[in-house]
Ligand binder design. Sequence first.
Ligand SMILES: OC[C@H]1O[C@](O)(CO)[C@@H](O)[C@@H]1O
Length: 297
Amino acid sequence: MYPLITCFGEVLWDVLPTSRQAGGAPMNVAADLRNFGVNAQIISRVGDDELGVEMVQFLASKGLPTNLVQIGRTHLTGVAKANISDANEVTYKIVQPVAWDYIQPDPQLTETVRQSDLFVYGSLAARSPMTRDTLLDLLQVARRKVFDVNLRAPHYERTLIEELLHQADIAKLNEHELIELSEWYGYEPNLHRAMEQLRDRYQLDMLCVTLGEAGAVLLDSSGFTTQSGFEIDVEDTIGSGDAFLAAFLYKMTQQESPSQILEFACATGAYVATQRGATPAFTEETISSVILNTADE
Ligand SMILES: OC[C@H]1O[C@](O)(CO)[C@@H](O)[C@@H]1O
């Protein structure tokens, strides 16, 4: 079951017009890692309410430990209203403040992060002072840090994103986020060049940019690796980027080559987009058959 991967941040319910699905980027990453048999866990907080009970049950059903999910009496379990446009772009109205805005420091959290091989965090969790402070403390003891940039307007500020980038060893963002960061720094609109400049600015070991249906690009010490997208029928893209990251980290910890990592990650992101919600059940075999079926065409 090694390595140990600890994710930190929001757990919430994504409310769609006709259904409610468990979500929250770091939780999605942890649940998807569990699909691959990785020893993954999530640090978060829910409210002492019905939705909190259901969330804890959901985490347990995914094989995730629930002892790192705090239960608070002051705030409700998180909820996000998701809207999907005709072009499959999802926008979220992420209710605030909720329980995961109040993740409290705790020696047990510090210890588990200290022992983790990878620590995964995003920017949304840092929107409120308490969870932000807990995150910054945990980053002090984390060994290898993976920043899933995940910009969710209006819940972030440039200075905070920069602080979180400074902490990261590995960063993943999508093409729109790269454009936004490039505008901050006046980078020319050239994907490879902007990636190199961002990698150098924050001394990242790995920088990965997802390109939606066009695939993804990875920049690491071996240079650039590119993977084109898998053709699929989209159900909804919620959690697709999170699944990409989970698959990426899974293959990375298995020491696979950059091109194998990227192919597997793109196939996993594509598969999740064919399913409803952020955390469908799948296995490594499911993803391998996505890759094989595409190769046949
Ligand atoms: O975490 C913020 C939002 O992003 C998602 O994780 C998808 O990437 C949703 O499940 C959640 O509402």
